[in-house]
Design a protein around this ligand. Structure first.
Ligand code: GLP
Length: 246
C-alpha cells in the first residue's frame, strides 16, 4: 500500500487529479472505476479543468461506477447517474454509451447485477478503481459483513450510511433503503486501486483499513490483500496513521 499524505481536502483533490490524469494520458483507452460521494467531487472538477485547458481526452475511456440507489429514477437529482453527469461526464468528451452505472430501476434487479458484472468482464475488467470510504469501513455500498467473495449485488443500506447520505436529500425518509453495488470481489478484481479520504471523520476508518485485522466486519480491510493500492488522504484523515515517506 502506498500512502500519500495531502495537506487538506483541496490538496488531496489536486494530488488525486494529477494521479488520474497521468493514468489517462498514459493509456487513453483505460477503463476506470468511479466513485460518488463528497470526497472525489473536487477531483472531478480538476479533471474537467484539465480537460478544458490541456485537452486530456476521455473519448476512448470507459467508466464503471461502483453503485447506484435502488428506486431512484436516473434523472432524480440524487441518483448517482445524475451526480456523475453533473460532476464529470457532461463536461468532458467521454462517450455516453461508454459511461456505465448500475440501473437501480431495472425490473429484474438480480438480472441487472449479473448484467453489470458481465459488462465489466466483457470490457476486460477495471484498470483503475477510485474509492472513497465510509466511516464504518464500507467501500462502494458494501456494508460491514459483506462477503469478500461478493460480486455486484443488492444491499440494504445501514442506518448510519443512510444518515451520512441524508445531507443530499430533503429528509432522511427520502434516502433509499437499498442499492446495487459492485461487490468486494468486483473491486478486488481491479488491477489498481486509488482510495481517497479527507477529514477527521475518516481517521478511525483509515487506521483500521491500514492497520486493522483483515475481516469482513470492516470491508475496506480487504484492500490489505490487493497489490496495487494507493491511498491519497489528508492530514486529518491520516492523523492516527504514521506516514513514513512523502
Ligand atoms: C457513499 C458511497 C461510497 C462513498 C462513501 C463515502 O455512501 N456509496 O462510494 O465512498 O459513502 O462518502 P463521502 O465521500 O461523501 O464521505
Amino acid at each position: 500500500m502506498k500512502i500519500i499524505e495531502a495537506k487538506h481536502f483541496d490538496d488531496m483533490s489536486l494530488k488525486a487529479a494529477q494521479f488520474m490524469i497521468e493514468k489517462v494520458q498514459r493509456d487513453p483507452t483505460i477503463t476506470l472505476g468511479l466513485a460518488t460521494g463528497g470526497t472525489p467531487q473536487k477531483m472531478y472538477e480538476l479533471l474537467i479543468n484539465d480537460h478544458r485547458i490541456n485537452g486530456t481526452s476521455y473519448h476512448q475511456v470507459t467508466t464503471f461506477n461502483l453503485d447506484e440507489y435502488i428506486g431512484l429514477d436516473r434523472h432524480d437529482p440524487n441518483s448517482y447517474y445524475t451526480y456523475m453527469h453533473k460532476a464529470l461526464f457532461d463536461h468532458i468528451d467521454i462517450r455516453d454509451e461508454q459511461a456505465f452505472l448500475p440501473n437501480g430501476t431495472a425490473s429484474n434487479l438480480n438480472a441487472e447485477c449479473e448484467r453489470y458484472e458481465a459488462l465489466i468482464r466483457q470490457h476486460g475488467g477495471i484498470d483503475l478503481q477510485v474509492l472513497g470510504i465510509g466511516a464504518n469501513g464500507h467501500i462502494g455500498f458494501n456494508e460491514p459483513g459483506t462477503s469478500f467473495e461478493s460480486s455486484t449485488h443488492i444491499v440494504k443500506l445501514t442506518e448510519s450510511t443512510r444518515e451520512a447520505n441524508a445531507r443530499y436529500f430533503n429528509d432522511l425518509s427520502e434516502v433509499p433503503t437499498e442499492a446495487i453495488t459492485m461487490g468486494i470481489q468486483s473491486i478486488m478484481n481491479a488491477k489498481e486501486i486509488l482510495l481517497l479520504a479527507s477529514g477527521k471523520k475518516k481517521a478511525d476508518a483509515l487506521y483500521q483499513l491500514i492497520h486493522g485485522k483483515v475481516d469482513e466486519s470492516f470491508p475496506a480491510s480487504v484492500l490489505q490483500r490487493h497489490e496495487q493500492v494507493t491511498i491519497i488522504a489528508d492530514r486529518e484523515a491520516l492523523q492516527k496513521v504514521a506516514v513514513s515517506s512523502n
